[in-house]
Design a protein around this ligand. Structure first.
Ligand code: GDP
Length: 447
C-alpha cells in the first residue's frame, strides 16, 4: 500500500532530518518535492496544492526552524496534515438504530461491491475486534449481472452469513422490500443490501439507488470504489455523492495500490469518510480505515498498531503486549521471529500482513515469489534446527553452521540465508522504531 509515495516522501524527509538546521529555502524545496510526490501518486491537483500550502505555512511560520529538531518537526506537521487530509478520526459503521439497521452498498460493477458486502457482513457477524456479534442478513439487488445474486449466496455460505432466498424475476425495489420484511420478522440486527452496479455512472442507476434508499431507509450508504482507478475513483465518488446521500466510502484493492491518490483525495473532494479498506481477495482482507495509521504507513513508519491489533485478535493479549515491547526495545531475535511466523500462519498468512510491519514488505515480496505461505513452514523448520544460542544470536550462524542447519531442516543454505536476511531487515526496522522513541514515542510524536 502506498509504496511508491512512501519511498518518495521517505527520501525527502531523510534529507530534512539529516540536517541540523533548516532554512526557509530548505523547507520550500522539500515541499516542492512533496507536491511532486503527491501529484505522481495521483492526488487531485487542488488537494495537493492545498496540502502543500498549509504545511509550508505551518513549517516556516511557527518556531519550527529554530527548534532543536526542525526536520522531525516538519515531518510531524506533514503527518498531521496527512491525517487531516485522510479524514481525522476513524469512523466505524453507525448501526445504533432499532434493528434491523440497513447498510446499503453502492458502486460500479467490478469495484468489489459484492466481495466487500460479504467481508463487512463477516466482520459484523463474527464480532471482530471485540465488538458485539450481530445477526446479519445479506440480500443482492443486482438483477443486471447474471449470477450476481448467486455470487452473494455463495459468499454468504463461505462467511456463514444468511442471504435472502432468491426469487427469480423480482426487481430491486421489490427485493429490498422483501429483505426488509424478512430481516424484521426474523430478528436480524443488520440488513446488508448489495445493489446493482453498472459499468459507468448513469441516471438509471442513480434512480434505482434512490428508489431503494427510499424503501430501505439505510443508516449507512457505503460507496465501494476501486482505489487502483485513482482519479476516476474520486470522480465516481463525486457523482454518487451528488445524487445519493452517501455516509462513507470503502476503498478496495488497497493491497495493490502503490500510489494512493484515491485514498488521499477522497475525503477532501467528496467530504465523505473512508470507512474501510479492502486489502485482498480473502474474506478477512478488510480493515477499518484509520487515518492516523495510514498516515504513519505513508511516512514509512509501518503500521505497528494494526499489526499488534491483528495479532491481539489471534493471540493472547499478553503475547501481543510482549511482542510490542520487544519491538519497541529493538530486541528481536530468531525466537521472536519464529513466534511471529506461527502467528502469521494463524493470522491468514503472509499476504494478510503485507505492509503492516516496517521492513517486512520487501521480505514478504521475496517470500511470496519463493512460494508464499509454504515458506512459513520451511522457515519454522530452519529456526527449529538452530541451537538456542543461535536463535538468540543469529550472528553466530557461520557458513559451517548454515550447512548443518540446512541439512537439519531439509532446506538449502540459500534458504537459511534468506531467513537470516529477513530477520536482519526486520531488526533494522525495529531499531528505527526504537530511535523514534519506541512505539510510545512514535505515537506521541504522531500526536
Ligand atoms: P462487484 O462487481 O463490484 O460486486 O465486484 P466483486 O465483488 O465481484 O469483485 C470483483 C473482483 O475484485 C473479485 O475478483 C474480488 O475478489 C476482487 N476484489 C474485491 N476487493 C478486493 C480487494 O480489496 N483486493 C483485491 N486484491 N481484490 C479484491
Amino acid at each position: 500500500m502506498f509504496d511508491s509515495l512512501s519511498d518518495r516522501l521517505g527520501g525527502v524527509f531523510d534529507r530534512l532530518r539529516g540536517r541540523g538546521a533548516l532554512t526557509e529555502a530548505d523547507v520550500r524545496t522539500a515541499m516542492r518535492e512533496v507536491r511532486v510526490a503527491l501529484l505522481e501518486a495521483d492526488v487531485a491537483l487542488p488537494v495537493a496544492r492545498d496540502f502543500v500550502d498549509k504545511v509550508t505555512e505551518q513549517a516556516i511560520g511557527q518556531n519550527v526552524l529554530r527548534s532543536i529538531t526542525p526536520g522531525q518537526q516538519v515531518v510531524k506537521i506533514v503527518h498531521d496534515a496527512l491525517v487531516a487530509m485522510l479524514g481525522a478520526d476513524a469512523s466505524e459503521l453507525l448501526l445504533d438504530v432499532t434493528p434491523p439497521a440497513v447498510v446499503m452498498m453502492v458502486g460500479l460493477q467490478g469495484s468489489g461491491k459484492t466481495t466487500t458486502t460479504a467481508k463487512i457482513a463477516k466482520r459484523l457477524s463474527s464480532g471482530a475486534m471485540g465488538r458485539e456479534r450481530k445477526k446479519v442478513l445479506m440480500a443482492s439487488l443486482d438483477v443486471n449481472r447474471p449470477a450476481a445474486q448467486e455470487q452473494l449466496a455463495t459468499l454468504g455460505t463461505q462467511v456463514e452469513v444468511s442471504t435472502l432466498p432468491i426469487i427469480a424475476g423480482q426487481q430491486p425495489v421489490e427485493i429490498a422490500r422483501r429483505a426488509l420484511q424478512a430481516a424484521k420478522l426474523q430478528g436480524y440486527d443488520v440488513l446488508m443490501l448489495d445493489t446493482a452496479g453498472r459499468l459507468h455512472v448513469d441516471q438509471a442507476l442513480m434512480d434505482e439507488m434512490k428508489a431503494v434508499a427510499e424503501i430501505a431507509q439505510p443508516q449507512e450508504i457505503l460507496l465501494v470504489v476501486d482505489s487502483l482507478t485513482g482519479q476516476d475513483a474520486v470522480n465516481v465518488a463525486t457523482s454518487f455523492s451528488e445524487q445519493v446521500p452517501l455516509t462513507g466510502v470503502v476503498l478496495t484493492r488497497m493491497d495493490g495500490d502503490a500510489r494512493g491518490g484515491a485514498a488521499l483525495s477522497m475525503r477532501a473532494v467528496t467530504g465523505k469518510p473512508i470507512k474501510f479498506a479492502g486489502v485482498g481477495e480473502k474474506m478477512d482482507a478488510l480493515e477499518a480505515f484509520h487515518p492516523e495509521r495510514v498516515a504513519g504507513r505513508i511516512l514509512g513508519m509501518g503500521d505497528v498498531v494494526s499489526l499488534v491489533e491483528r495479532a491481539a485478535e489471534t493471540i493472547q493479549q499478553e503475547d501481543a503486549e510482549r511482542m510490542a515491547m520487544k519491538m519497541a526495545k529493538g530486541q528481536f531475535d530468531l525466537n521472536d521471529l519464529r513466534g511471529q511466523l506461527a502467528q502469521m500462519r494463524r493470522m491468514g498468512g503472509l499476504g494478510a500482513l503485507a505492509g503492516m510491519m516496517p521492513g517486512m514488505k520487501k521480505a514478504q515480496n521475496a517470500l511470496n515469489d519463493a512460494g508464499g505461505d509454504k515458506i512459513l513452514l520451511r522457515m519454522d523448520a530452519i529456526i527449529t534446527s538452530m541451537t538456542v544460542k543461535e536463535r538468540a544470536k543469529p550472528e553466530l550462524v557461520n557458513a559451517k553452521r548454515k550447512i548443518r542447519i540446512a541439512k537439519g531442516s531439509g532446506t538449502t543454505v540459500q534458504d537459511v540465508n534468506k531467513l537470516l536476511k529477513m530477520h536482519q531487515e526486520m531488526s533494522t526496522a525495529m531499531k528505527k522504531i526504537k530511535k523514534m522513541g519506541g512505539i510510545k514515542g512514535m505515537m506521541s510524536m504522531l500526536g
